[in-house]
Design a protein around this ligand. Structure first.
Ligand code: FAD
Length: 406
């Protein structure tokens, strides 16, 4: 029997497995490897980071979604893939051999080599890091009761991309709780977000992006643009404003919580595997395989897919990760059943929605622009639909978002 190995049970990997289980009978055995026994919904980890929802709301066990006669789950860390030998090296298990491999190990934080960023700021790329951020913030708030250090009350988010903006919206919602822990008024909690760009939220048109930033500012979040971060020291962000010379002193912000959301790259496993990649992403073929290894698929945040006539790959999102997984399940099924393979992968975006806290947001779907509450409700409906497709009504009812009415 052919052996399919799927690495990573995020949006891309888990969807691949559940679809393959439906399409294949005894043509192949699937081995799914994931670092944890649970799946986390990465699109909601900023809510966990702010402490607005518990981890249990964004995680669920993987095993109940698997058919044990078709799929074996191995909970372990992928150390390396040898695409020529068709083997996968794991931290605590014997090597795996595959006929087909689907690499879907997701994203890691990108520091762009900025000094001190790794050591002195908190990344937000998985649910454990999100929990660590929440714990850190709570500790600073409690510390304020004892030491009255004003920096305990300051939270700085480096990077005002999609994640940074969604995060500050959640942090602003959490202010009353932080204030209670610190024994201060909510307005004493200072939240600031910095970015090198002059124009934020580039995925939206000018009008919508302007609306999004005005939402954030209304929540009393300081938004500093054209801030080129030079270094992160313990408790200090050092930056230069665009246009300022090297001879001018750097600007400083002191804060005891510094969160790093300037960008992400694909998993370090991709470079280690010796694949031709850039920032942990491989420019995949029309069938989402590695250009040099037709039996190795790369999907989700480790893949770069160029739009027709495009100059830059599509942004990596859960939406495209899920769509790639559906395609790979079809392609693999056709290969295993020796049927005609689908023609090249084409991506149809359904739109983009960003939340700014629990009840506000902005987004586009088709030609429609959404603002405020409808955008926030749509975001929750997208989560519910994704859960329904993955694990049916039971999973959606258990983990879905039904807090639509406010
Ligand atoms: P992931 O979801 O990251 O899954 C990777 C899996 O692999 C995880 O289970 C991980 O534990 C496992 N893994 C990683 N390394 C290893 C290893 N070495 N060994 C074993 N297992 C490993 N996208 C949208 O479309 N819409 C949104 O609204 C949106 N909002 C977002 C908000 C935030 C705060 C963030 C951070 C991201 C958001 N995204 C959004 C982007 C989206 O989350 C990612 O594009 C998506 O998660 C990528 O899916 P993936 O399956 O490639 O990787």
């Amino acid at each position: 029997m052919k052996q399919i190995v799927v690495l990573g049970a995020g949006y891309a990997g888990l969807r691949t497995v559940t679809q393959l289980q439906k399409k294949l009978k005894d043509q192949a055995h699937i081995t799914l490897v994931n670092r944890e026994p649970y799946h986390y919904q990465a699109t909601m980890i900023h809510e966990v980071a702010a402490g607005n929802i518990p981890t249990s709301k964004v995680t669920f066990d993987i095993q109940p979604l698997l058919n044990p006669s078709q799929t074996t789950l191995i909970v372990d860390t992928v150390i390396n893939v040898d695409p020529d030998a068709r083997t996968v090296q794991l931290a605590n298990h014997d090597d795996l051999h595959y006929d087909y491999c689907v690499l879907a190990v997701g994203f890691i934080s990108e520091t762009f080599g900025i000094k001190g960023a790794e050591e002195n700021s908190l990344p937000l790329t998985n649910v454990k890091q999100a929990e660590a951020i929440n714990q850190h913030i709570e500790e600073q708030m409690k510390a304020y009761q004892k030491d009255h250090n004003p920096n305990d009350l300051k939270i700085v988010v480096c990077g005002a991309g999609f994640t940074g903006i969604e995060l500050v919206g959640e942090l602003a919602d959490a202010r009353p709780r932080y204030a209670k822990l610190a024994g201060v008024n909510p307005e004493d909690i200072h939240i600031e977000v910095l970015d090198a760009a002059a124009r934020l939220l580039p995925m939206f048109n000018d009008k919508l992006a302007h609306y999004g930033i005005s939402l954030v500012k209304k929540l009393d979040v300081t938004v500093t643009t054209q801030a080129l971060i030079q270094e992160i020291k313990p408790g200090v962000v050092l930056y230069r404003k665009a246009g300022e010379g090297d001879d001018q002193p750097l600007h400083q912000i002191q804060a005891n919580t510094i969160i790093w959301t300037t960008g992400v790259s694909g998993s370090s496993v991709i470079a280690k595997a010796g694949l031709k990649q850039r920032r942990g992403r491989v420019m995949v073929t029309g069938h989402l395989t590695d250009p040099d290894h037709d039996d190795l698929y790369l999907i989700g945040d480790v893949a770069a897919v160029m739009p027709p006539q495009g100059k830059r790959p599509y942004p990596t999102t859960a939406q495209i990760a899920l769509s790639m997984a559906t395609f790979v399940a079809e392609d693999l099924t056709a290969r295993l059943k020796q049927q005609q393979r689908p023609s090249n992968y084409v991506y149809h975006s359904q739109g983009t929605v960003a939340s700014v806290g629990d009840t506000r947001g902005l987004g586009t779907t088709g030609s429609l622009s959404l603002k405020g509450y409808p955008a926030s409700a749509l975001k929750k409906i997208i989560v519910d639909k994704s859960l329904l497709e993955l694990g049916g009504m039971k999973l959606m009812m258990k983990k879905g978002r039904f807090d639509l009415y406010h």
